[in-house]
Structures are given as structure tokens and as C-alpha cells.
Design a protein around this ligand. Structure first.
Ligand code: FE2
Ligand code: FE2
Length: 163
């Protein structure tokens, strides 16, 4: 029988894989539209989510189970920058809520190490949410010209640090 934390960990793997695919889709389209810095923020964040998958997978293997490498759902074909950011913010918010709950459940199952793992992920997802919210706020204040000006000025640097 699986350790009680394994299902929670594998559900998180599926959500993280979903985020990697979705964020790379956003990266391709933002880059294609000439919004280099925002495109780069999505690529950087996708790489962090990939690291999350690795952390989750290591824990699953330690618990003597196997990693299920399928995404939790289809990828949304969203290409408008403000809609992209709204979707990403909703995804990060959902992940933080799910991981908070998973951490509580692991605590109840006396699995402190998995609990800590989920708690660390909550911090990362909230920092992603924060970075995306800053970008969406600026689009709302200044319009899409904000993204265009960012691409001219920043020399393709990502707009905000994303852990
Ligand atoms: Fe993540
Ligand atoms: Fe995230």
C-alpha cells in the first residue's frame, strides 16, 4: 500500500507539470508578440516549477512509490497578455491553497518532512503570484504599451525576480 502522502505528492506533480506546459505555451506566444521580458518571466517560472517536480519526485521515491508524469489537464490556448496573467495568477493561487491543505494533511498523518516540503512550495507559489500580479497591475495602469516599452528598455531582462 502507498504511503498516505504519495497521492498528495503525485497530485502536486500533475499540477506542476500542467504549470510547466502552460507557462511555456505563454512564453512562446508572448515572445512571438514581441513582449520579451514578460516572456522571459514565464520561462524562468516554468523552470522553477520543474524544480518543484524534482523535489516532489525525490520524496515520492523516498516513500518507495513511483512518480506519475501526466499533466492534470489540457493547456488553455490563451494569448492575450492580460488574460495570460489573470490565468497564471489564478493557477498560483490555487496551488498555494492546495499545498496549504496538503501540508495540513501531512501534519495530521505525522509526516513532518512532506509537510515542510509543501510549506516551502506555498512560499514559492505566492512569490510567483506576486510577480504576475505586479505585471498585471502595470498593464491595467499603463496599457499594453507598458509591455512594449519594457521590451525596448530592459534588454530582454525578466521584469521581476521569480524564485
Ligand atoms: Fe510550483
Ligand atoms: Fe508557481
Amino acid at each position: 500500500m502507498n504511503h498516505p502522502s504519495v497521492d498528495l505528492l503525485n497530485k502536486a506533480v500533475a499540477d506542476e507539470l500542467q504549470a510547466v506546459h502552460q507557462y511555456m505555451y505563454f512564453h512562446f506566444h508572448l515572445d512571438d508578440q514581441g513582449f520579451g521580458p514578460l516572456a522571459k518571466l514565464f520561462k524562468k517560472t516554468a523552470i522553477v516549477e520543474m524544480g518543484h517536480i524534482e523535489t516532489l519526485a525525490e520524496r515520492i521515491l523516498f516513500l518507495k512509490s513511483d512518480v506519475n508524469m501526466s499533466t492534470s489537464g489540457p493547456i488553455a490556448a490563451i494569448q492575450d497578455p492580460a488574460e495570460i496573467l489573470a490565468k497564471a495568477i489564478a493557477m498560483e493561487r490555487q496551488s498555494a491553497a492546495d499545498y496549504n491543505q496538503a501540508a495540513q494533511q501531512c501534519g495530521a498523518n505525522a509526516d513532518a518532512a512532506t509537510k515542510q516540503l509543501f510549506e516551502a512550495l506555498v512560499g514559492d507559489e505566492e512569490s510567483h503570484q506576486d510577480a504576475f500580479e505586479k505585471q498585471l497591475d502595470n498593464i491595467k495602469r499603463f496599457g499594453l504599451s507598458y509591455l512594449a516599452l519594457q521590451s525596448f528598455g530592459a534588454g530582454a531582462e525578466a521584469p521581476a525576480e521569480s524564485k
